[in-house]
Design a binder for this molecule. Structure first.
Ligand SMILES: [Mn+2]
Length: 323
């Protein structure tokens, strides 16, 4: 927090001045955005603030145990209420958060917007922006923030934060994992979070359907020697037929980073709306897949990023193209 004291103090003042605070998690919520929102709920409740929480999509079953997650609503009516402060968590853009249309006419004299994130492509859309790209997760940013404020990291806060940190670091193994992430995880375990339970619930919970979906993706792996990349794809009909969720797809690209000596991993998934979603990963120090995703109108981090393009996936003779 050394380099972000001004932002940390500004957020503190904004909270002190606020009666009603709206917390936002991004659409298709993951453990990082939900862990962040739930940690805020615990802290702000203890300070007697009235808290509302919004997320466009429902909380996934495996994260519904997080204390405070039952407060999240998908009802946009909340944007018509008198809210003093809005805190958006883990969203590289307002569109990614799913709230761009709801905030288009925000009265900036009444409502302050805080943007807390770790995506390097974040354009700083808030009035106060606490964006730390070297943090493994937004939950790590929030942990640094609460610690800087000398707030007590209670058991519910530790539980919520460690869920996000463990998920975003792939159980403290991916390149985003730093000395700080390990120290943060250690501190959260000391504060009462159950590391074993979190790993079991989030990353190790693979159903038969999830593994069948993985099987389809693995059978299509293709190495492109020109770019030294490995790619595969999944059609949304295949995922639907197996009844898998968005999170089962998530793990595939991370697992593929186990392949040594490959520069870029790409997993494509066709969407119901006719678009194609791509996830990019790299374990190479000199490669920035965040920049690569920007070329396709997406964004993300140096080591993990994503994009969405309109198009159709055509497969012929073991060759596939987006047209
Ligand atoms: Mn995150």
């Amino acid at each position: 927090m050394v380099n972000h004291k001004i932002q940390a103090n500004a957020i503190k003042t904004a909270i002190e001045k606020s009666k009603t605070i709206l917390l936002i998690g991004h659409k298709k919520p993951d453990a990082d955005t939900l862990g962040s929102v739930c940690a805020w709920i615990s802290l702000l409740n203890s300070k007697g603030k009235h808290v509302e929480a919004f997320c466009l999509d429902p909380v996934p079953e495996q994260l519904s145990h997080l204390p405070g997650s039952d407060l999240l609503r998908a009802d946009p009516e909340v944007f018509k209420k008198d809210v003093d402060l809005i805190i958006i968590n883990d969203s590289g853009s307002l569109d990614y958060a799913g709230v761009d249309i709801f905030l288009a006419n925000r009265d900036k004299t009444k409502t302050t917007l805080v943007n807390v994130d770790h995506h390097s492509t974040n354009p700083h859309y808030g009035d106060i922006n606490l964006v730390i790209p070297d943090a493994s997760s937004t939950t790590e940013v929030i942990c640094r923030l609460f610690t800087h404020w000398q707030e007590e990291i209670t058991k519910p806060i530790a539980e919520a934060l460690l869920n996000g940190l463990i998920t975003d670091t792939d159980s403290l193994t991916n390149p985003a994992t730093s000395y700080h992430s390990l120290a943060t995880a250690s501190m959260l375990v000391k504060a009462g979070a159950d590391l074993h339970d979190i790993v079991k619930r989030t990353l190790h919970a693979k159903s038969i359907s999830d593994l069948k979906l993985w099987g389809i993706a693995m059978s299509r792996l293709k190495h492109n020697p020109t770019y030294n990349s490995v790619a595969t794809f999944i059609r949304h009909e295949e995922a639907d037929e197996l009844g898998t969720s968005e999170t089962s797809f998530e793990g595939i690209q991370n697992y593929l980073t186990l392949i040594p000596d490959v520069d870029v991993i790409m997993v494509l998934k066709t969407q119901k709306d006719g678009s194609i979603k791509g996830s990019l990963r790299t374990t190479k120090k000199h490669i920035d897949v965040g920049q690569l995703a920007l070329l396709f109108g997406g964004g993300g981090h140096k080591k993990a990023s994503g994009f969405r393009v309109m198009g159709e996936l055509q497969v012929s003779n073991n060759d596939w193209t987006i047209v």
